[in-house]
Design a protein around this ligand. Structure first.
Ligand code: HEM
Length: 493
């Protein structure tokens, strides 16, 4: 039941017929000068692109101002593109430069040889052996969240659950990447999250902007972004300096670094691998950015989808009670491993609500995508989340049915094409944080199921989708009601 990142997906058949040009493709009619720019409500961008895929098919074109772009919705073609990185495709230049301009310069937007060096270290830092070593800390952070939510449940407080979860994901990522106990869960007030939440909307706005006006003058939103990123930089720099002091003072730590940043610092002496201070800083921010919203959104969507399916909540609680016994939450890695239904729920939520719904790329050299000739530098949007939402690949695609991911419970005739499920991307650049994300999901969901019933907050409507670089639920307010199964301690952890 681990369907993602299938790099052995077969190459798509090439059309024997004539090659089409971008201009030959179907697509939404554009307006003079602006093209399709005004058709796009940025907060619903993913839905608009998916709707156009329904209408115009697996390969269509759009135009934003003077930039024609190819949109790819076919899973075979998407795999084919993603696997040709970093040699033939790169992340789209406009996204890359928007990230560089705000100082997020790490493995996500590195290319070529730089990417290979940084990727090796990121994979190492996030591999399962490191995650096992990190488990006690993850368990402790989950315990803090449990106590915070027990207080909220006792007082009947309504929770803005996505924001709550971002406290958890930031504490986990800073613990794993920097060895730093930031502990935003036990704090109130001006947290790093309030600064970081300015980043994604700004990146989105700038990648969609007709002209890079901010290079000449700053609007209030740009000035707010500058202030926010200055705060993030200050915090990240101080955490890197802590790591630097620890590595300098301890030869054992230098030989056996205990986290991602220490590993980069220790490698600075190595001529071949040496990382510049800028790369270390860029990757520190990259880890924070890549690990914060994505996982918090995934858990939020799981809760959102579960609220309307009481039988899912009941089955979740039954699994957790059976696997945890009397424990408050998974106390070792093996317990988390045994939570198959939570994993199925996570896959199902990521299928219906793909947190990273498309990838922006461009070919480095002239390319052939299906039967379309794509000149180097053309924007290519790969709709990695789209195939999972279609009936061609998943039976009754709108239904939230975690059981479909449990092979023994799936109706044999039901469409279930796991290779069309790409929430973590695919090919050599697939998400290196997916094991961490799944572990975080299991810890939080198990802790919730053990202690609480999750209800929609009275008087609130179901949350809506908001695309802000990642896909998040807008205004997901929930109430946690204490659950009292036999054997659960009142105080918790
Ligand atoms: C449910 C949670 C997550 C989702 C849905 C997700 C999704 C993705 C996707 C779609 C990509 C692009 C892959 C590609 O280009 O093929 C990506 C890249 C990346 N993710 Fe995640 N991610 C999640 C959690 C995390 C976490 C927890 C971390 C680390 C703390 C992380 C670190 C990264 C990094 C460093 C990259 C860049 C990889 C590269 O360019 O080589 N992600 N992620």
């Amino acid at each position: 039941m681990r369907p993602t990142a299938d790099t052995s997906f077969p190459a798509p058949p090439r059309s024997a017929g004539a090659t089409r040009r971008l201009a030959d493709l179907p697509g939404p009619p554009g307006r003079w000068i602006v093209g399709n720019l005004l058709d796009v409500d940025v907060g619903q961008l993913h839905r608009i692109l998916y709707r156009w895929a329904d209408r115009y098919g697996p390969l269509y074109r759009i135009r934003l101002m003077q930039h024609p772009m190819l949109v790819v919705a076919d899973p075979v073609l998407i795999h084919d593109i993603l696997r040709q990185r970093p040699e033939s495709f790169m992340r789209q230049r406009s996204l890359r430069s928007a990230m560089l301009e705000v100082g997020v310069d790490g493995v996500f937007n590195a290319e070529g040889r730089d990417w290979r060096r940084q990727r090796a270290l990121a994979m190492h830092a996030l591999n399962t052996r490191h995650l096992r070593g990190f488990f006690p800390r993850l368990e402790a952070v989950t315990g803090r969240l449990q106590r915070r939510w027990q207080r909220a449940a006792d007082e009947g407080t309504v929770l803005d659950i996505q924001r709550e979860l971002m406290r958890f994901t930031v504490d986990v990522t800073t613990g794993l990447a920097f060895g730093h106990d930031l502990n935003t869960i036990e704090q109130d007030g001006d947290l790093i999250q309030t600064h970081m939440e300015k980043l994604f909307p700004a990146l989105l706005r700038r990648t969609m902007a007709p002209y890079p006006y901010w290079r000449w003058f700053r609007l209030p939103a740009d000035r707010a972004l500058d202030r926010a990123m200055a705060e993030v930089r200050r915090l990240v720099t101080s955490m890197i300096e802590d790591c630097r002091r620890r590595v300098a003072a301890d030869p054992v730590r230098r030989a056996h670094p205990t986290n991602f940043i220490e590993a980069m610092l220790a490698a600075q002496d190595d001529e071949a691998r040496g990382f510049s201070d800028a790369e270390i800083f860029g990757n520190a921010i990259t880890m924070l950015v890549a690990g914060e919203d994505t996982t918090a959104n995934a858990i939020s969507w799981m809760l959102h989808l579960m609220i309307d399916r009481p039988e899912v909540q009941t089955r979740l609680q039954a699994e957790v009670d059976a696997v945890l016994g009397h424990a408050d939450r998974p106390l070792d890695h093996a317990a988390a491993d045994g939570l198959d239904y939570i994993e199925a729920m996570a896959h199902e939520a990521l299928r219906i609500k793909p947190v990273a719904p498309f990838l922006s790329l461009e070919p480095l050299v002239d390319a052939q995508i299906g039967d379309v000739h794509v000149p180097a530098g053309t924007g290519v949007l790969a709709l990695n989340g789209y195939p999972g939402t279609t009936g061609a690949h998943f039976a009754r695609p709108d239904d939230f049915r975690p059981e479909r991911w449990m092979a023994a419970e799936r109706a044999p005739a039901d469409a279930h094409e796991t290779r069309a499920f790409m929430p973590f991307g695919a090919g050599p650049r697939y998400c290196p944080g997916r094991h961490l994300a799944m572990l975080e999901i299991k810890m939080v969901m198990a802790m919730i199921a053990r202690h609480f019933d999750v209800r929609r907050a009275p008087g609130t409507a179901p949350a809506e989708e908001l695309f802000a670089f990642t896909l998040m639920p807008k205004d997901l307010f929930v109430q946690l009601v204490p659950r009292a199964p036999a054997g659960v301690t009142a105080a918790g952890g």
